[in-house]
Design a protein around this ligand. Structure first.
Ligand code: HEM
Length: 179
């Protein structure tokens, strides 16, 4: 997992819960990195999982809800860091249906070792989209947060329903209906 995912995460934790929470979740985890991250480095996903687990038990917020909030925040990182990629799109359905064949392809050019999910488009209409998310990391709620903000970015909104295909969240169907 790329360092930018860790640095932005810890920044957000500090902003929402304070520096004591950052120190506490780092101290309670067994981190090969020692909890020191640079945005261009690459770290094990198990470090992120431990940080999320400790933040969840300390805050009482579920891991899915933490990932949703973090995904919504991460969209602003994307807006700031990759404005050109977003400018390619004029419509949220067009953008979301292009994650697999364009957006994450470009991400992989920047970070060849990025750990990205797979999105398979099952059905695409002008105002709706059905896609299946696949990833061993089960970060579907991070995706949901990014999707919510994608609609907001285009001054639009949508109803998004998640349907678990695998109980562990490694395969999830997103049913997206633009309002
Ligand atoms: C992961 C970039 C749009 C879904 C990532 C990562 C980066 C990235 C850098 C981390 C990879 C790693 O840690 O190794 C971008 C950029 C985007 C974009 C630059 C737009 C310009 C989206 C959108 C979605 C999405 C719109 C909506 C669903 C995800 C998910 C992950 C991820 C779910 C977590 C990894 C996983 O589940 O396996 N993306 N992304 N991305 N991205 Fe994107």
């Amino acid at each position: 997992m790329k360092g930018i995912v860790f640095t932005e995460f810890l920044d957000l934790v500090e902003k929402k819960f304070g520096i004591e929470m950052v120190d506490s979740i780092i101290e309670n985890s067994k981190l090969a990195s020692g909890g020191v991250y640079t945005s261009i480095g690459t770290y094990s996903f198990s470090e992120m999982l431990q940080l999320l687990q400790h933040l969840s038990s300390k805050s009482g917020i579920s891991i899915d809800n933490l990932l949703l909030i973090y995904g919504e925040h991460f969209f602003s990182v994307v807006e700031k860091s990759y404005p050109g990629l977003l400018a390619t799109y004029k419509d949220p359905i067009e953008m979301l249906s292009s994650i697999e064949n364009h957006i994450h392809v470009e991400v992989r050019k920047i970070y060849p070792d990025a750990e990205l999910p797979t999105f398979i488009v099952e059905e695409k209409k002008i105002n709706s989209l059905i896609m299946v998310y696949k990833s061993s990391r089960s970060m579907h709620h991070f995706g949901l947060g990014l999707m919510n903000k994608t609609f907001e970015h285009f001054k639009s909104s949508a109803e998004i329903v998640l349907e678990k295909i695998k109980e562990d969240g490694t395969e999830v169907r997103f049913i997206i209906n633009k309002n």
